[in-house]
Design a protein around this ligand. Structure first.
Ligand code: FE2
Ligand code: FE2
Length: 235
């Protein structure tokens, strides 16, 4: 296994590791690195993938410079190697929403979290990120997303998960069809009644790049795609 590294927006790198499961099904685990004065890694990858992701980050910047290790929600592929990262980057802090900090991160992590309130902005240098609480969208009470405001890149976690191990780093082709095909049999979205409203709030930010955690990142009219997802969830 090796990880690939591609810049998908100005100063934002997609690190991607393909895997093949015993049944032959392929999948990808992606992390996003915002290279700046205060570098942010969004998602760590599963704990056993730490050496691969560390080497991928090191191709962009020294790992000890990392300042924030961000996560959308508390699962192994989002934050399984959080403490390994805190170990190699002495000034790094976990970065998450307030619910994640309260229910998991401030107990499990070796250092306290920088917990962001809904709507709060954090400056990284020439980039900045804004946190959006999205409880139970697609899953987990503590779930939320970051929008990088200078590039309008939405770090959208599991929202448009595409199966398969082979993807371009960045595509302008349809990803909703593949992600819906993956969602249908897996049922990994919660059944919250509030998805439409939360997706509309994200759409109002008019993201132009969607940094998907599984599959290709996507470029295009993000508002339209988020609204189309909302319609698909209502069907
Ligand atoms: Fe997840
Ligand atoms: Fe995920």
């Amino acid at each position: 296994m090796t990880s690939s590294v591609h810049e998908i927006a100005d100063g934002i790198y997609r690190l991607s590791t393909p895997v093949t499961f015993p049944d032959g099904a392929g999948f990808t685990f992606n992390q996003y690195l915002i290279a700046d004065e205060q570098p942010l890694l969004f998602h760590t990858g599963p704990r056993r993938m730490f050496p691969l992701v560390r080497d991928a980050v090191a191709r962009v910047l020294p790992v000890e410079r990392l300042r924030y290790i961000g996560l959308s929600h508390f699962e192994a592929d989002e934050c399984g190697s959080l403490n390994e990262w805190l170990g190699v980057a002495p000034t790094a802090e976990p970065l998450c929403g307030r619910i994640a900090a309260m229910v998991s991160v401030n107990d499990v992590a070796d250092r306290p979290a920088r917990a962001l309130a809904d709507g709060e902005v954090l400056a990284l240098g020439r980039h900045a990120v804004r946190w959006f609480d999205t409880p139970h969208l697609p899953h987990a009470w503590e779930c939320g997303f970051l929008l990088e405001t200078s590039t309008r890149t939405l770090l959208c976690g599991d929202l448009f998960t595409q199966g398969g191990a082979e993807h371009p780093p960045l595509t302008e082709s349809d990803i909703l069809g593949p992600s819906e095909a993956f969602r249908a049999p897996m049922d990994y979205y919660s059944h919250t009644k509030n998805a439409r409203g939360m997706l509309e709030r994200l759409a109002a930010e008019r993201p132009t790049t969607l940094a998907c955690m599984h599959g290709a990142a996507w470029r295009g009219d993000g508002a339209q795609l988020l609204r189309a997802l909302g319609e698909a969830l209502d069907r």
